[in-house]
Design a protein around this ligand. Sequence first.
Ligand SMILES: [Zn+2]
Ligand SMILES: [Zn+2]
Length: 637
Amino acid sequence: MDNTVKLLTERKCAVDGPDHRISPSTVSPFENAIAKSRDRSSPEIFIPAIGTTFNSCQEAYGFYNLYSWEHGFGVRHSKTRKNQFGYRNMHEIVCQCEGRSLTKSSASCRSGCHAMIRLLRTDDHGWYISMFHSEHNHPLSVGCCGKMQWNSHNEIDPLALDFIKKLGENNISLGKLYNIIKSMKDDIGKTMEILNAMKQNDNETEIMVDVDSDNRMKAILWCKGKNREDYSYFGDVVTFDTTYRTNMYNMPFGLYVGVNEHFQSTIFGGVLMCEETAAAFEWAFESFIKIMGGKHPITILTGQPMQGHESSYKKTMPDTKHRWCRWHVLRDAKEKLGNVYSKHSCFKSEFHGIINEEVCVLNFEKRWEELLVKYDVVDNSYLQLLYKKRRMRARPYFMGVFCAGMTSTQRSESANHVLKHFITRSSPMHLFVRQYNNLLKSRRAEEAREEHSTSLRCRVLKHGMPIETDAAVYKIFTQELFMSASFVAKELENSSSFEVRSAGSLLDVSVDSTTHKVDRLTDGSMVKCSCGWFEHSGLICRHALKVLVRCDVQKIPPGNIMRRWTTRAREAKNNTPSVTEEGETSEKNSYRHNLLCMAMYDLSQDASLSEEGFELVMTAISTARKNLSDLNRDRPA
Ligand SMILES: [Zn+2]
Ligand SMILES: [Zn+2]
């Protein structure tokens, strides 16, 4: 027993009298704590040290409650004891997890926690702390929003609040507490107002709110009509990312993102969450699927989930394949492997190379092992985990899993990246929601721009075949076609199968010599390649293109065209693309029309430069007009 305690236990106590002391001259423990806050050695300001005296139990409760806020638990009044005169001389305030639930209901937080303070009387009718247990037997809450979940923090004493206010800039966490208590109720109200206004402007907007048994908000999820429409076309692959945090309450904000026919990120919805528990994730997905009319994605990509969270995806979407986003993995790696990165300058590029480029399982295993040995990191536990979970995120194991190109290196957009340009992190919830809507608007504008330029783009490829007149992802397609030129195709005996490998590998042994087998279905409806890229992205691979070009095929086989990547992606789903005579004609018509427009545009640019040029082209046009009308008149109807 240290001296202070000994001293305290020997001190005289009041045995009878008023319930609290009146001593305006003493400095309150709040003021003391604040005054000492700059030089303190602990993260907390309000530490219930043994011997701290208070004017009343209520004041002690307020003090301990502030400590509990800083620490991440809740408090409540507990046992009291009276002396023979019926005068209260002992009072305990305990952690809300103290004791055991009698009803055995799973909702109870009681875990038999022993954290508490015991107050005894001073001789002048005040109270002092005679016992302080600081250990908890349960996890503490982190972040303001999590802390708000404890009942005791909803009603922070007005007196204590006043002290916190004085803290101002000195302590951000407590300053925030003041703001939050003052504004959170207000903020939730305003947020709901904005969301309801959204619903009024757009009937198709859906909002879902999760509340606990005390009617406190736990999560809000909302999707606009446009989001839901996009999901119906492009909801085959969804990434879900909760790495963005709104600063005011440190609430995780989850964003559901997909990819549209132009290979742009498209947002399906957003969810503000109080906590990242398995139950919270489950709610976020269940509600999302419900809002989307029950349609499950084929694949979902997430950050590396926390332990135990994986099951919440399995539970809500049993048939959906779940994988980890590559950019999350790489970002995590940067954090976890920082020392290896800084020690070996080449490690990063080699490591990224394996993760980003390697598509062959055998090569992956080989390169991984070589990397570990080369940099002496065989024992690194993070790399061991990555290897153990390689099926969740390494590219070769992805190749047969449909990801709509979401894992390709051209797309490194995480929610963080998208959001940080739009939303100041410290905004309150309602401004956050408003800014998020502006983000959606800007996305829409970008989409429209791409749609416009796609409709104008002339689609004749270098070797003159209209091989892909309707691919909206034109750029990626031309890139694959360009790459195909560096491959050689060897025909196998049955003439519909080919072996395709890099031309460079024939001369240089260091070039990847992986051979892919490409099969053409005899009816010409599809080309299949062993590399798995088509199954992964829905886009025809370079190897298959090589074979098509070699066989002088003029059109991409219909089986290799995925509707979601074409300009027809947004046409009503039930309108299955039956290629009728009529359909083909009109497709050809519009193709010719596009070509003519482009040619005419170039022509008029050049012709308008001089008077002579202008005359020349005008004459040519009127001649062409006349000839054309003759031609159309002679054509059989
Ligand atoms: Zn506790
Ligand atoms: Zn291939």
